[in-house]
Design a binder for this molecule. Structure first.
Ligand code: ATP
Length: 892
């Protein structure tokens, strides 16, 4: 479990971003001291901890679960401003303009709006007066607006507003300066535990204005589950952007298709239904709204551009303003496209402070195995690494339209090889789904700097600009308007540019940070399941969430275990499991020498033993060569452990296995093991009882001792070999039975002179009988070896298989018979792992500038002494089995 959170302490205005790594289920109390010293070295463990305005009980708040998830803000000294629990009758959304995106709660009374920090609702718009207008929410719920003598005036739905208050209808649009504000009356109560966000509440005191633009951290915000309400309903769907050329001209109907930034913030905070709505096939996928144009009806008419149509997009203008516009563009992309359809890459050397907020977004996590913690390039090496990763996409473009596109922010002078690589990307990228968002610092386009010369300045400042199919050019004296320039260099009419503040962007990105994509329904391929890169190695007990394996923990699991799921190890999106009960045939573990086949079998045995106790599960371990499974033989579920050293013992085993199949068939009397088990469970009886009711007599017949006579010669020696047990000690009459065979080829085709040669045939027949009959009898087969090429007596060519590559050991893919593949790093179970390395939760201060580096690879150092993990598990399981026997029987 690993999360990134921010911690605030006394005198730490901005807070400290930290990464916390800990075994699953660890409580906040385990890291509280480390969090306190991360905020102020030597600081005492705090007495109280808050997440937003909520006080946490550190002993009862698990890390990695709400509210302690990615992006959370913790305060170690006082509660943060929260939106409160009272109903909010109305909200004011800043729908468009240079300080767009704000969501302000109106609770009653009068709130002033203006450029001044003293305004109740501050608006960073140069064309807005210091105190521009005032909104009043009356006790009866009516809202009025009055101008406060502003320089540029206020209008409501196109009509000028003067000093005399006028009524604001629901959905009414206020215009002041370049900004458009929408009032939403909202009678609904805030959702339990998740009231709407407060960017600033009026007239209750807004959060302190923040000179460095990080108010979001202090303001805090909540996560609820209400849908956004900012779009007018019933607008007909207009044609896709670019349908009439790459750069769409505004049309009034577009408004509902292009949610404004305030609506997007609500979407992110409340995980609204439109979040990540645009898959790769959506007509509006990768479309961007740059601003809004005036319309005759004074609605907000979006000016949009489609990245697939234009290839790459350039933004040119004064630094502050293009940064705000670029933030708005990136936020829109991240809100509407899921991470499975979009990766965001940052190439901005020296600008970590400005763009690190993007690191909270799930879209900047490497999902293609890139060697970094986040897809950020803040120095030359990181930029080179990101460019090399992107070049892989253009070198081998997938056929057809890309299912996942990359949007690459290019901000800053990229010289030399990096500059050339960016130029190549600008040219070749779009066809492979790589689109640049290029920023160039220029003066705004004004009469003194006409469009043509501003464009020329941009192309000189950022060479990749020339390859951009569209350019958003900021214009006007204060650069708050945008003109969309198409490939023919002809500019569209000026529109109000949408821009958001750094604080807004950070708040937005944090809201998305804990979200993970559900599998997108239907035909979404594996690309719909991006995730973290696989670890170099992992500890099975950690993956099983059994870091502290105790008899009590095992008894609890055994009592709950009804299926036969097998946890193999870590995947890109959490543990990889396999339902052995549903498995139609054998599971083949294949791979080259030293790939980790034996370890995988041990891991499977351990995983089974952690799920079902010896009463419900018996394991048979068979070695074709060597003794690699010996560590698992200590598990109390193991009924027999066979090494291929004595042909007589091998034959006896094969016979016993076939006899066991017969015994099971008789006991089950033709019914299916799983069905019988389910029926027994439903009837409240254990399978032991249910099975015996129908098969007691059969039981007696089948397991009767072999009849005597006086054996001679070979037969005498054979009779002297005791029949190996097929059920673990303390087993029910019909437990699950799993046969795990290592080095299968050595067992079935032993080399000349090998002891198993005489008995290979009987073993093959026994295993084949399990393959054919075991499914209905509750017997499963797991075999390790190479995938057969010519002879395939056990029909393994079509088996479910765990295919190990061996680099690193234990790395592989799980192949379902239908061809679906799941990458996995098989958990290590026979190692001696220092408890400190895996068990002690760690808190590390985040340095955003370094998250684009390859992750530090600390080799997992194993202790030279001390018990192995499998030994720990076996001893806990043996104790659990003993203490469980003493307890009343649980239904099997
Ligand atoms: N899942 C894993 N995680 C970490 N290390 C592993 C893992 N699996 C195997 N290893 C390492 O690789 C070595 C070889 O593994 P193992 O003996 O399981 O391979 P194998 O495929 O059975 O090899 P062979 O049959 O050729 O002897 C182990 O000693 C161990 O150090």
């Amino acid at each position: 479990m690993q999360i990134k959170v921010t911690v605030l302490g006394p005198g730490v205005a901005d807070g400290v971003d930290v990464s916390i790594a800990a075994p699953g289920g660890t409580q906040l109390s385990a890291v509280l001291g480390s969090l306190a010293s991360a905020v102020s070295p030597g600081g005492a463990t705090p007495g109280a901890v808050f997440c937003e305005d909520r006080r946490l009980d550190p002993a009862q708040t698990p890390l990695g679960q709400p509210p302690l998830v990615d992006g959370a803000v913790l305060s170690l000294h006082r509660p943060l401003d929260g939106p409160g629990a009272e109903p909010v009758p109305a909200r004011l959304l800043v729908a468009s303009g240079p300080d767009a995106g704000g969501v302000h709660l109106l609770r009653g009374g009068t709130a002033t709006i203006g450029r001044s920090a003293d305004a109740d609702i501050p608006l960073d718009d140069p064309d807005v007066s210091r105190l521009h207008c005032a909104l009043t929410l009356g006790a009866d719920g009516a809202i009025t607006v009055a101008d406060l003598g502003s320089t540029n005036g206020t209008s409501l739905d196109g009509r000028p507003v003067r000093e005399r208050p006028v009524a604001v209808p629901p959905g009414g649009i206020l215009r002041l300066g370049e900004s458009a504000l929408r009032v939403l009356t909202d009678e609904r109560q805030p959702a339990a535990g998740g009231p709407p966000p407060a960017a600033g509440a009026a007239p209750s005191p807004p959060p302190a204005a923040d000179a460095d633009g990080r108010a979001a951290r202090r303001a805090g915000w909540a996560r609820g589950r209400r849908g956004p309400v900012a779009e007018p309903a019933g607008a007909p769907a207009p044609p896709a952007p670019g349908a009439g050329g790459p750069v769409a001209r505004p049309s009034a109907a577009d408004e509902s298709r292009w949610p404004d930034l305030a609506a997007l913030l609500l979407l992110a905070v409340e995980s609204g239904p439109r979040l990540w709505e645009r898959g790769p096939d959506s007509p509006d996928a990768y479309g961007i709204r740059l601003g809004t144009a005036p319309s005759p009806a004074d609605g907000l008419v979006p000016v949009t551009v489609s990245l697939p149509a234009v290839g790459s997009l350039g933004l040119a203008g004064p630094r502050e303003r293009i940064a705000g516009l670029a933030r708005a563009v990136l936020a829109q992309l991240a809100a509407l496209q899921p991470p499975s359809a979009l990766e965001l890459v940052v190439l901005a050397p020296g600008r970590a402070a400005e763009w690190s907020w993007l690191g909270w977004l799930p879209h900047t996590r490497p999902a293609r195995g890139q060697d970094c913690r986040l897809l950020l390039g803040f120095d030359d090496e990181q930029v080179a690494a990101r460019l090399a990763e992107l070049a892989e996409l253009t070198a081998a473009p997938a056929g057809g339209a890309p299912r996942r596109r990359s949007v690459v922010l290019v901000d800053g002078p990229l010289a030399g090889a990096a500059g050339q690589a960016v130029a190549r990307l600008a040219a070749d990228g779009p066809a492979a789904g790589v689109h640049l968002l290029c920023l160039a610092e220029t003066p705004p386009a004004t009469p003194s700097s006409p469009v043509a010369s501003t464009l020329a300045a941009a192309r000189a400042a950022a060479p990749a600009f020339a390859a951009c199919g569209a350019v958003g050019l900021l214009s006007g004296a204060v650069a708050t308007a945008v003109r969309l320039v198409g490939p023919d260099d002809s500019p569209g009419p000026p529109a109000s540019a949408d821009a958001v503040s750094p604080a807004w962007a950070e708040r937005f990105a944090r809201a998305l940070a804990p979200l993970r994509e559900e599998r997108v329904g239907g035909g979404a391929g594996p690309a719909a399941q991006p995730g973290a890169p696989l670890p170099e190695s992992c500890r099975l007990l950690d993956v099983l969430e059994l870091s502290r394996v105790t008899p009590g923990a095992l008894r609890e699991r055994w009592a709950a275990g009804t299926e036969l799921p097998l946890t193999l190890g870590a995947g890109e999106r959490g543990p990889v499991t396999l339902g052995l009960a549903a498995l139609g045939g054998p599971l083949l573990v294949e791979g080259g020498s030293r790939a980790g086949r034996t370890e995988s079998l041990n891991a499977l045995a351990a995983s089974l033993a952690a799920t079902l106790g010896p009463r419900e599960l018996s394991l048979l371990l068979v070695e074709g060569a060597g003794e690699g499974l010996a560590p698992s033989a200590e598990l109390p579920q193991v009924a027999s452990y066979l090494t291929a050293t004595d042909p007589l013992r091998i034959r006896a085993f094969a016979q016993a296995l076939r006899a066991e199949l017969k015994r099971r068939a008789l006991l089950l009397g033709g019914s299916d093991f799983v069905a019988r088990r389910l029926a027994a469970e439903a009837a409240g009886a254990g399978l032991a009882e249910a099975a015996l009711a129908g098969g007691e007599a059969a039981e007696g017949r089948v397991v009767a001792p072999r009849s005597g006579g006086e054996p001679v010669g070979w037969a005498a020696r054979e009779a002297a070999v005791p029949e190996p047990p097929m059920r673990a000690e303390g087993s029910a009459p019909l437990p699950w039975l799993v046969v795990l065979v290592d080095d299968l080829p050595a067992l079935l085709a032993p080399p000349l002179g090998a002891p198993g040669r005489q008995s290979a045939g009987s073993m093959l027949r026994a295993l084949d009988a399990v393959r054919r009959e075991g499914q209905a009898l509750g017997v499963r087969l797991v075999l390790a070896g190479a995938r057969p090429t010519v002879e395939d007596p056990l029909r393994l060519a079509s088996a479910t298989r765990l295919s190990l590559t061996g680099t690193p050991p234990g790395r592989g893919e799980l192949w379902a018979p239908d061809g679906a593949r799941t990458p996995v790093q098989v958990g290590r179970i026979t190692g001696r792992i220092p408890r400190t390395a895996t068990l002690r939760p760690t808190v590390t201060r985040l340095d955003w500038a370094r998250l684009g580096d390859p992750p530090a690879r600390r080799p997992v150092r194993e202790l030279g002494n001390g018990p192995t993990d499998i030994a720990l598990l076996a001893s806990a399981a043996a104790r659990a089995a003993r203490t469980r026997e003493a307890a009343p029987a649980t239904p099997v």
